[in-house]
Ligand binder design. Structure first.
Ligand SMILES: Nc1ncnc2c1ncn2[C@@H]1O[C@H](COP(=O)(O)OP(=O)(O)OP(=O)(O)O)[C@@H](O)[C@H]1O
Length: 222
């Protein structure tokens, strides 16, 4: 699905690189955790994988095609769905409206289908009353569920999440991770999650650790 070829990144000088010559492969139908100490470059890596920034060296390919050839705007609109710690929902809209907007922007095949959006929110545990409310009136766990539902109604084959459980308690964390597993195993998407939490990493099919400027596989999907 997605692979990096000799990927490298640095912010100021090349000699202060965060990582270099990184070759990683991410497959459809699996979830992956990216772990490593604070400041090691995890967020930077997923920003590149999500097409939010360009590599300084090497390249990233989706199904064998360089992201630069696809075009980062097209890639972000059609191929990747992003979940942030801070939810990044449209705060002046309801949960249903957030999903409807995402489907419209990404040209999802379910564009305009309100029942589909509501069914997805229901599946993720939101009540009819909650999905009509302005999202700011929902709890953190409920807002993160809306953000995840948003990735599920879009057709993007790739889901990238940066600390998606950072603001959640243990129960909500477990539920959110179970949802990511469903997205990978039942919808056949490729899910990549940056996390500080060992319990979250443990539940993913693959674990990649960034240390000493190198990414290494701690666990590879079966
Ligand atoms: N825009 C920027 N300009 C310069 N340096 C930056 C910028 N963004 C991040 N950095 C530096 O790059 C390094 C890697 O940052 P990054 O956020 O990718 O790490 P991380 O592993 O995700 O950290 P954390 O676990 O704390 O979120 C850090 O030392 C950070 O200070």
């Amino acid at each position: 699905m997605l692979n990096t070829n000799k990927l490298g990144y640095w912010y100021t000088h090349e000699e202060d690189y965060l990582f270099k010559d990184v070759d990683l492969t991410f497959n459809a139908g699996h979830s992956y955790a990216i772990v490593g100490q604070s400041g090691s470059g995890k967020t930077t890596l997923v920003s590149l994988l999500a097409g939010l920034d360009k590599p300084k060296s090497g390249s990233i390919e989706l199904k064998g095609k360089d992201l630069n050839k696809i075009g980062l705007t097209t890639y972000r609109r059609h191929d990747v769905a992003i979940v942030f710690q801070a939810y990044n929902l449209f705060t002046y809209m309801s949960a249903t409206e957030n999903l409807m907007t995402a489907m419209a922007i990404t040209e999802s095949k379910h564009k305009g289908d309100k029942t589909y959006a509501q069914d997805m929110l229901r599946k993720l545990g939101l009540t009819d009353d909650q999905m009509k409310k302005n999202v700011q009136k929902l709890s953190g766990g409920q807002q993160q569920r809306v953000a995840i539902a948003r990735t599920m109604v879009c057709d993007a084959p790739l889901v990238v999440a940066d600390e998606p459980t950072g603001n959640l308690d243990e129960t909500n964390t477990n539920e959110v991770i179970a949802l990511f597993q469903k997205i990978a195993h039942e919808q056949g998407k490729c899910v990549i999650i940056v996390t500080h939490e060992p319990d979250v990493a443990k539940q993913c099919d693959g674990v990649i650790r960034l240390a000493k400027r190198e990414f290494t596989w701690e666990k590879q999907p079966a």
